[in-house]
Design a protein around this ligand. Structure first.
Ligand code: DAT
Ligand code: MG
Length: 150
């Protein structure tokens, strides 16, 4: 099923110059970009985004990390993309992330794991709504789509 997911390249990915490399992987897979914006996330929005982790020991450092500089907030579309992207990202702790995954190739610590992807279609809808207005989502057809989807 074609669905959408929310993807964020965290401030460390921007600082380390990994944006092109990561977006290149999503493009090569054939996923379709629907929205992108570079954003220095306000603390209040970061806390809402990560509300499920409120009260945990890593919550404050996580919010500080994610608000420490501009992040690239995006919406991508594709076949089962929520799970597919989580697989491409690799495990939350980069030390457990397989080589070939984004975290497994470019990160070392959980607190600097460079990328966020929604964990379910419901989370994706919630997160897309937090970061984007409807008019920022670019519905579009590509001539290559029949070569990706039968
Ligand atoms: P994911 O980002 O893989 O969905 P998550 O939702 O469990 O992982 O946690 C959100 C972020 O919080 C994660 O990317 C990094 C941070 N985090 C999670 N568990 C942590 C821990 N045990 N120690 C430090 N940071 C943690
Ligand atoms: Mg998560």
């Amino acid at each position: 099923m074609i669905e959408r997911t929310f993807v964020m390249l965290k401030p460390d990915a921007i600082q380390r110059g990994l944006v092109g490399e990561i977006i290149g992987r999503l493009e090569a897979r054939g996923f379709k970009p629907i929205a992108m914006k570079l954003m220095h996330i306000p603390k209040e929005l970061a806390e809402r985004h990560y509300a499920e982790h409120k009260g945990k020991s890593f919550f404050n450092p996580l919010v500080e990390y994610i608000t420490s500089g501009p992040a690239l907030c995006m919406v991508w579309e594709g076949e089962n993309i929520v799970i597919a992207l989580r697989t491409m990202m690799g495990k939350t702790n980069p030390q457990d992330a397989a080589p070939g995954t984004i975290r497994g190739d470019f990160a070392q610590q959980t607190g600097r794991n460079i990328i966020h992807g929604s964990d379910s279609p419901e989370s994706a809808r919630r997160e897309i709504g937090l970061f984007f207005n409807d008019y920022e989502l670019q519905e579009h057809k590509r001539s290559v789509d029949p070569w990706l989807y039968e």
